[in-house]
Design a protein around this ligand. Structure first.
Ligand SMILES: Cc1cc2nc3c(=O)[nH]c(=O)nc-3n(C[C@H](O)[C@H](O)[C@H](O)COP(=O)(O)O)c2cc1C
Ligand SMILES: C=C(O[C@@H]1CC(C(=O)O)=C[C@@H](OP(=O)(O)O)[C@H]1O)C(=O)O
Length: 357
C-alpha cells in the first residue's frame, strides 16, 4: 500500500499466475454512480497482449464487482473487485525456478522471504497493476463529478523525446505523438530492441486538469511527496519529476518562478504545486520507467544456492513497460487526488458545516 490513503484506503491482492487479482477500495462516498463500462474500458487500456509493443500474454482482464455497489451506486462500504487470470502458462517459468533474473525482484524477494513464487514473478509482477487500474477508475469517476480529469501520454522512449504529444497519449497501445516522425522513431526503437532480444525505457507524462486549489497538506502529507510515492510504487519506476523537475536545479529563480497575474500564473514550472498544495494550475508529472528487466539475451546470474550460471529466459514480456505503465500512472494519480479531495472536506470549517448540515 502506498502512503496515500488517509480517507480512501486501498489495497490489492493476488499474483500473476495465481487464480485472480483484485482490490478493496474503502472510503468511497455513498451515492457515486458506478459506470462499469468505464471501469472495464480503463482495464482494457492497460490489459496485455493488444499489440506488438506489449507482452504477448493475452488476458481479457474482465473485472467483476463483488461488493460496495447497489443498483449502480456506491453504498459507502468497501468496494471489492476481482479479475481472474486465464492465460498463466506457468511452465514458461520452470527454467527460472532456481535462478534470479537480473533486474527483476527475484533476488531481493528470495533473500527477504526465504522463498518466492517464481511463476511470472508472483506478487512482484506488474500484473498486479490491473487491480490498481480498477480502483483508479473509481477514483476517476469521483473526480469526474468535480470536472477533474487525469490524462497521460508517453513523452519519451529510449531517449527519443516527443515535445508535442497527445495526452490521451496511448491509443490502441501504441504511442501517439502529434509529431508523427517522432512517434515512428519511438515505435522503431521499441521494435528494434525487441528484435535484438532487448528492451527500452520510457517516460510517462501525467497531467491532472482542473484540480482545485488547496489539495495537499503543507507539511508531512505534501501533494508532491504523496504523488511521487504513489508513482515510485509502480513496478519499474525509477524517478519522478514534478513540473520542471531536474531542470529546475539548473535554472535561475527568475526563470523558474511562475509569475502571477489576476487571471492566474504566467507559466507552470512548478507543475501546479507550491508548498505541498495544489495551486489550481495543471498538475504535471514525468514518470521514468526503466527498460523491462526480462530480456531474452544470455546473461550472467546466480542460482538460489549461489552458483554462477549463464542463462537465457523464455516467456512473454513487454519490450517497453512505459507503454502500459502510463495507464497505471493515471490510476495512481487519480487515487491520490481523490484521497486529497476527500481529506480537504475537513480543512475549512465552513466546508465541514456545509457537508454535515
Ligand atoms: C505495465 C508494466 C508491465 C511490465 N511488464 C514486464 C514484463 O513483461 N517483464 C518484466 O520483466 N518486467 C515487467 N515490468 C517491470 C517489472 O514488474 C519490475 O521491473 C519488477 O517488478 C522489479 O521491480 P522494480 O523494477 O521496480 O525494481 C512491467 C512493469 C509495468 C509497470
Ligand atoms: C501479465 C501482465 O504482464 C506481465 C508483467 C510481468 C512482470 O514481470 O511485471 C511479466 C510478464 O508476465 P508473464 O510472463 O507472467 O506473462 C508480463 O506478461 C499484465 O500486465 O497483465
Amino acid at each position: 500500500m502506498n502512503s496515500f490513503g488517509q480517507k480512501l484506503r486501498f489495497s490489492t491482492f493476488g499474483e500473476s499466475h495465481g487464480t485472480a487479482l483484485g482490490c478493496v477500495l474503502d472510503g468511497v462516498p455513498a451515492g457515486l454512480e458506478i459506470d462499469e463500462a468505464f471501469i472495464q474500458n480503463e482495464l482494457d487500456r492497460r490489459k496485455p497482449g493488444k499489440s506488438e509493443f506489449e507482452t504477448a500474454r493475452k488476458e481479457a482482464d474482465k473485472v467483476e464487482i463483488l461488493s460496495g455497489v447497489f443498483e449502480g451506486k456506491s453504498t459507502g462500504t468497501p468496494i471489492a473487485m476481482v479479475i481472474y487470470n486465464t492465460n498463466q502458462k506457468s511452465k514458461d517459468y520452470s527454467n527460472i525456478k532456481d535462478v534470479f533474473r537480473p533486474g527483476h525482484a527475484d533476488f531481493t524477494y528470495f533473500h527477504k522471504y526465504g522463498l518466492r513464487d517464481y511463476r511470472g514473478g508472483g506478487r512482484s509482477s506488474a500484473r498486479e497493476t490491473a487491480a490498481r487500474v480498477a480502483a483508479g477508475a473509481i477514483a476517476k469517476l469521483m473526480l469526474k463529478e468535480l470536472d477533474v480529469e487525469v490524462l497521460s501520454g508517453i513523452s519519451e522512449v529510449a531517449g527519443i523525446k516527443a515535445e508535442k504529444f497527445n495526452y490521451a497519449g496511448v491509443k490502441d497501445s501504441i504511442i501517439y505523438a502529434l509529431d508523427s516522425d517522432v512517434e515512428q522513431a519511438q515505435k522503431d526503437a521499441i521494435l528494434e530492441a525487441k528484435k535484438r532480444h532487448d528492451s527500452v525505457g520510457g517516460v510517462s507524462r501525467v497531467v491532472v486538469k482542473n484540480a482545485p486549489i488547496g489539495l495537499g497538506q503543507p507539511l508531512y502529507y505534501k501533494l508532491d511527496g504523496v504523488l511521487a510515492d504513489a508513482m515510485m510504487g509502480i513496478n519499474a519506476v525509477k524517478a519522478v519529476e514534478i513540473g520542471d523537475g531536474c531542470l529546475s536545479a539548473k535554472t535561475l529563480g527568475s526563470q523558474n518562478n511562475d509569475q502571477i497575474r489576476a487571471n492566474g500564473f504566467e507559466s507552470n514550472h512548478s507543475g501546479g504545486i507550491l508548498g505541498g498544495i495544489s495551486n489550481g494550475d495543471d498538475i504535471v508529472l514525468n514518470v521514468y520507467f526503466k527498460p523491462t528487466p526480462s530480456i531474452f539475451q544470455e546473461q550472467h546470474t546466480i542460482t538460489t544456492t549461489n552458483e554462477e550460471v549463464d542463462f537465457s529466459l523464455k516467456g512473454r514480456h513487454d519490450p517497453c513497460v512505459a507503454i502500459r505503465g502510463t495507464i497505471v500512472c493515471e490510476a495512481m494519480a487519480a487515487l491520490v487526488i481523490a484521497d486529497m479531495v476527500l481529506l480537504n472536506m475537513g480543512s475549512k470549517m465552513d466546508g465541514v458545516v456545509k457537508y454535515y448540515k
